[in-house]
Design a protein around this ligand. Sequence first.
Ligand code: SF4
Length: 289
Amino acid sequence: MNIFISRPHGYCSGVIRAINLAKKARQKHVGVPVFVLGSIVHNEDVIKELFSFGITTVRDLKKSPAQLLKELPDQAVVVFTAHGHEVSLDEIARQKKMVVYDATCPMVTTNHRIIQNELNNDHQVIYIGKKNHPEANAAKSLGDNVFLIENNEDVNLLELVDKSPLVINQTTLSQTELAALHTSIISKFSKARIADEICNATRLRQQAVLALPKETELVYVIGGVNSSNTASLADMARKTLPQTRVIRILNADEINKKDLDGLNYVAVVSGASTPLETTNRVVEELKRR
Ligand code: SF4
């Protein structure tokens, strides 16, 4: 079986930074609990690894991040995730005298600065992102004039007073999905200004998917089930190779050997929050077949 390994793979710089910051917090605050509010990155293997270092991830789908933060002890050591966080959390942490480590990816911070600048100049902002994703929630929290849209239906429903709103996006979206939404937005708001903010790590991985060999019969896309950049890679793979089966897996344990029966060309693609060792283990598993 021919195995094609898409590059780049392994963590992006934002993920490396976030994991290192959480570990630094752990090393510095000996003997006290260290909490991460939400998933540091959307990969369960990474979260398990942090747990093995004594770092607790605080998550509950029924509760908002603000509620979860309020429930933590005063003066707790808290790490905010790579996706960015809602503005209100800073004030809660300040009131509770928490020690905060902010692992927001610098690409996300740049995105927020652009949005804030628009809001300061009385512009409205159309933010293309995934509803309920922490990065989109963080962007939305910057002001009432940030309008989150996810699909064409949202564009149709959107009413703005600004004739030239800024259009910006979550950093990990699929290029094809984004381009289609830009077209819809421009057809409704002809003077809208487009800022394409897909981050480089996401863009390079998507371009690599576009270059997958045409003879590929199966693509494994490795990454967390909630990982937006991994979802975008799977989306791109499905659109680029419509006849090819695309399967998302977290790690080698999720490979179903039956899926490989009779195949000659398999490709392996991995998200920006997928550990390099996980990708290597998937490749080893495929080689064993
Ligand atoms: S995928 Fe992009 S935005 Fe997200 S952490 Fe990596 S570099 Fe930052």
